[in-house]
Design a protein around this ligand. Structure first.
Ligand SMILES: *Cc1c(COP(=O)(O)O)cnc(C)c1O
Length: 464
C-alpha cells in the first residue's frame, strides 16, 4: 500500500477537523481535546493513518466494507458509469440500466417472494420508506388505522427522524422529541444482561411473547408491522436464544402483522448466509438493506418487498422518493460488489472456513478474567466485560467506562474494535484471512490485558 504523501502534517489536519467538522455520535469538545486519527488509505482489512501506522479494521468501517478495502473493480465501475450516465431519475416515466439490473439482482438474491425493490441512500432513509410503505399498504387494504409499528428497546434502525424513532436507543430519543407517534416498544432478547434466573430458552420465548401481549394491548387491528434486526448489531451484537425467532414468526403470522427484517448489517453475508433472515429462519415481508450492498464504497440502501405488498402498493401512486433513489453510479457500484461477492464465493468462504475459524478463536477469549457472554455468528461477534462472570455483574463505574478504556487500548494497539457500553464488538470484512484473524485475536487479548491492568490500578475492577 502506498501512503498518500500529498497531505498536510497530522497536527494541522487535526486542527482543521476540530475547527470545522462536527462528527456524528461524538462529543466534539472531548474529541478535540484528544485529537482524531486521520485515516488516509486502506487495503483489504488494513487501514493506514497519516502517521503511517497500519490498523486492523475489525469493524469493516461501520459494518459495511464486506469485500474489504481497495477493490479497483468498484472504482472502475463508478468511473465508467459517471462517464456514461452520471445521473438520471426514475420518477417520470424513465428508467436506466443499472437500477433495473440491480433491482433484478436483489430480487434473485433475496429469499422467498421478496421480488420488488424501492431504493434509498442508506439504511435510515430506507426505514423511513418502510414506515410509509407499510402504512400505505394497510390504508390501501381499507385499514388506515392500522399504523402502529412495534420495535424493540436497544434496536438500531438509523438516525433520521423515522429511523431513530423506530430504533430503541433512549439516548437518541432524548434529543429532538422522539419517537414520532405510532411506534411502540418491547424488550430485547438479551439473556446475559436481562435474563435473570431463567434459562436462555425460557427467556427467549418470554421476550417473543411480549410481542403478542403488546399487539393485544394496542389492538391487533391497529398494528401494521414489527421491525427488528435478525441479530442486533449496534445494540451490542446480541444473538437471541434459539426459541426467540420462531415464536416471533408465529405471532406475526397469527395476527397478520408485517415482519420487517432490518438487514442493514446482517445482509450480504455477514451472518454466514446471504441474509440474516435465512440464518435465523424467518420469512420477512420487507427487508431493509444498505451497508454491505455496496460494501460501503458508495451510499445506497433499499427496501426489498414481497409480492403481497407490492401488488397492493401498485394500485396507487406511492407519493414518496428521493432524488437519488436508484442513483446510477451507486447502482453500478453495488452491482459490481454483488458480482464479486458471488463470483468469489465470499459468503460460502465465510460460512465454511473463516467464520468457524473466527468462532474458535473468539471463543478462546472466554478464559480472560474480564470476559463473559461470548457471542459470535458468522462475521459478527461480541463479548461482555464484567467484574464477576458468575453473577453476570455490571461494573460499579458508570456503564461504558470500562468498555471505553478497552476500546482505547485496542486503538493504541492498532486494532479497531468498538465498545457498546461495556461490550466489545467486532464485525470485520468478510474477506479477512485466518492469519489476519490470528492478529485480530492477539491484539484483542493484549488490549484486554492492558484494560484489566488499568482498571485494577484505577480501582474500577469492582462490581456494582
Ligand atoms: C447502520 C444501520 C442503519 C442505518 O443505516 P444508515 O446507512 O446509517 O442510514 C439502519 N439499520 C441498521 C440495523 C443499521 O445497522
Amino acid at each position: 500500500m502506498t501512503l498518500l504523501a500529498n497531505h498536510l502534517p497530522t497536527a494541522e489536519l487535526q486542527a482543521i477537523d476540530a475547527a470545522h467538522h462536527l462528527h456524528p455520535f461524538t462529543h466534539s469538545n472531548q474529541l478535540a481535546e484528544k485529537g482524531v486519527r486521520v485515516i488516509t488509505a486502506a487495503k483489504g482489512v488494513w487501514l493506514k493513518d497519516s502517521e503511517g501506522e497500519e490498523v486492523l479494521d475489525a469493524m469493516a468501517g461501520l459494518w459495511c466494507v464486506n469485500i474489504g478495502y481497495g477493490r479497483d473493480e468498484l472504482a472502475d465501475a463508478a468511473a465508467r458509469q459517471m462517464r456514461e450516465l452520471p445521473f438520471y431519475n426514475t420518477f417520470f416515466q424513465t428508467t436506466h440500466v443499472p437500477v433495473l439490473m440491480l433491482a433484478k439482482k436483489l430480487a434473485e438474491l433475496a429469499p422467498g417472494d421478496l421480488n420488488h425493490v424501492f431504493f434509498a441512500n442508506g439504511g435510515s432513509d430506507a426505514n423511513d420508506t418502510n414506515i410509509r410503505l407499510v402504512r400505505t399498504y394497510w390504508a390501501e387494504k381499507g385499514q388506515p388505522n392500522r399504523d402502529v409499528i412495534i420495535s424493540r428497546w436497544n434496536a438500531y434502525h438509523g438516525s433520521t427522524i423515522g429511523g431513530a424513532s423506530l430504533g430503541g436507543m433512549k439516548g437518541m430519543h432524548g434529543q429532538g422529541s422522539l419517537p414520532i407517534p405510532g411506534v411502540a416498544f418491547i424488550d430485547q432478547p438479551h439473556w446475559w444482561a436481562e435474563g435473570g434466573d431463567k434459562s436462555p430458552e425460557e427467556f427467549g420465548l418470554e421476550r417473543a411473547q411480549q410481542l403478542e401481549a403488546k399487539i393485544k394491548e394496542i389492538g391487533p387491528d391497529k398494528v401494521a408491522a414489527f421491525i427488528a434486526e435478525p441479530i442486533q448489531g449496534a445494540g451490542g451484537v446480541i444473538v437471541p436464544p434459539e426459541t426467540y425467532w420462531p415464536e416471533i414468526q408465529r405471532i406475526c403470522k397469527e395476527y397478520d402483522i408485517l415482519l420487517i427484517a432490518d438487514e442493514v448489517i446482517c445482509g450480504f453475508g455477514r451472518t454466514g448466509n446471504w441474509f440474516g433472515s435465512q440464518t435465523v429462519g424467518i420469512e420477512p415481508d420487507v427487508m431493509t438493506v444498505a451497508k454491505g450492498l455496496s460494501s460501503g464504497y458508495i451510499p445506497i440502501g433499499a427496501s426489498i418487498i414481497s409480492d403481497k405488498i407490492a401488488d397492493v402498493l401498485r394500485r396507487t401512486e406511492f407519493s414518496h422518493g428521493y432524488t437519488y433513489s436508484g442513483h446510477p453510479v451507486a447502482c453500478a457500484v453495488a452491482l459490481e460488489n454483488l458480482r464479486i461477492l458471488e463470483e468469489e464465493n465470499i459468503v460460502d468462504q465465510v460460512k465454511d472456513v473463516t467464520a468457524p475459524y473466527l468462532r474458535k478463536k473468539w471463543e478462546s477469549l472466554a478464559d480472560h478474567p474480564l470476559v463473559a457472554d461470548v457471542n459470535i455468528i458468522g462475521m459478527m461477534g461480541s463479548v461482555a466485560l464484567t467484574p464477576d462472570k458468575a453473577t453476570r455483574a455490571k461494573f460499579a463505574a458508570e456503564e461504558g467506562t470500562v468498555g471505553f478504556i478497552c476500546r482505547e487500548r485496542c486503538f493504541a494497539n492498532n486494532l479497531v474494535m468498538r465498545s457498546v457500553g461495556d461490550r466489545m464488538i467486532i464485525s470485520p470484512p468478510l474477506t479477512i484471512t485466518c492469519d489476519e484473524i490470528d492478529i485480530l485475536i492477539e491484539r484483542a487479548r493484549k488490549s484486554l490485558d492492558e484494560c484489566l491492568e488499568k482498571i485494577i490500578a484505577d480501582g474500577l475492577f469492582e462490581a456494582a
